[in-house]
Design a protein around this ligand. Structure first.
Ligand code: SF4
Length: 355
């Protein structure tokens, strides 16, 4: 063990943040928490984690659940492929490993949705394998410790070499969690708390007083903006909802039919075109409901919504994976994207076309 790793482990021992999955020997729970924590803050994850564990406490429970159940438990966390893949991976474990999470990193990494990060996190924390975890926080602290001259993702090899040198094989899980906690809570993105840092004596940027230069930033990409229109399509007292295809953005979630507005097209025209293309039905567009502004990670949308009346055709899954007519009060039992949620409170119990 190096002096650097001893400093990280001592700090982690005294300062580690309490989380419901910590000090749990259960690899399934550690794995679930790490999947949820990718791209998401701890405080956001905790209630989702607790609800999931209460509903699906074991690999077998998740393996036997439906996709709709796991997406509902995940609703609002984003990056829904994580939930779908976690369920599929649990099914693989039930079929091939008797329901026991593999302790072999090579076998574990073959599970659906499992990459380098999850393998290193789960295998080090649950099984003691000395595999360094590299997330955005660890990249930031390492780029400061080593004064890396380019954006951190251009230095993956140096970062991995540095961590491999220090992780040791006695407490690799604690070392990884210590690095992640220290980076998040002390080596903060904007104002690092260097006077509280247990490894400041090893920090190149601190010793050179050049912390403000690291991590070197990438050029920012402009986030595209799309205009979208959707219809709340009524047939008597029922509303038509369609399910997004599994392999795309927000895959597997239910939504109000519609899509991107094309050049020169009005919102009502867009809804009529999209419902014909995606579901094979004709609708008439009625009252405007509201416009929603919503920002996703890689793009933002303005979404116009309208009440629509079903006219003709038998719905078919052309541009979606499924569809169904539901009652107003069934909306809350399905998983919808956040932008769709924002019009729920404007949808009446009975069809506006029945008056
Ligand atoms: S000394 Fe400051 S910049 Fe360097 S690792 Fe510690 S907190 Fe980060």
């Amino acid at each position: 063990m190096t002096d650097f790793s001893t400093a990280i482990l001592n700090w982690y021992n005294h300062e580690k943040t309490s989380m419901p999955w910590r000090d749990e020997p259960d690899p399934y729970r550690i794995w679930l928490s790490e999947v949820m924590l990718q791209q998401t803050q701890i405080q956001t994850v905790i209630p989702y984690y607790l609800k999931w564990i209460k509903t699906l406490p074991t690999v077998k429970d998740t393996a036997e659940s439906s996709e709709d159940v796991v997406l509902k438990l995940w609703e609002g966390l984003g990056y829904y492929a994580r939930a779908r893949n976690f369920r599929l991976a649990c099914q693989m474990i039930t079929e091939n490993f008797d329901g026991i999470v593999p302790s072999d990193p090579i076998q574990f990494k073959q599970l659906k949705g499992v990459g380098d990060y999850i393998t290193a996190a789960v295998q080090s924390i649950a099984f003691g394998h000395p595999l360094p975890v590299i997330d955005g926080n660890v990249r930031r602290i390492t780029s400061r410790l080593l004064s890396l001259p380019h954006p951190p993702d251009q230095h993956n090899e140096e970062i991995m070499d540095f961590l491999t040198l220090h992780i040791g094989d006695t407490q690799p899980g604690d070392f990884n969690q210590g690095m992640m906690d220290l980076a998040r809570d002390v080596c903060k993105p904007k104002v690092p708390l260097c006077t509280q840092c247990p490894v400041s004596c090893y920090c190149s940027a601190f010793s050179d007083q050049t912390i403000h230069r690291y991590p070197v930033k990438k050029e920012k990409k402009i986030r595209p903006h799309f205009r979208v229109a959707v219809g709340v399509i009524w047939k008597d007292s029922h509303i038509l909802v369609s399910k997004r295809k599994s392999n795309g953005l927000l895959g597997g979630l239910w939504e109000f039919p519609g899509g991107k507005i094309q050049n020169g097209e009005s919102s009502p025209e867009c809804i009529q075109r999209e419902t014909l293309e995606e579901l094979g039905i004709h609708v008439t567009v009625g009252d405007f409901i509201k416009t929603i502004q919503h920002a996703y990670t890689h793009f933002s949308i303005s979404m116009d919504s309208y009440h629509c009346r079903f006219q003709t055709g038998e719905p078919k899954s052309i541009g979606c994976s499924d569809w169904m007519w539901i009652k107003r009060d069934e909306l809350v039992s399905l998983a919808f994207p956040k932008a769709n949620h924002k019009i729920f409170d404007k949808i009446p119990e009975v069809s506006p076309f029945e008056n």
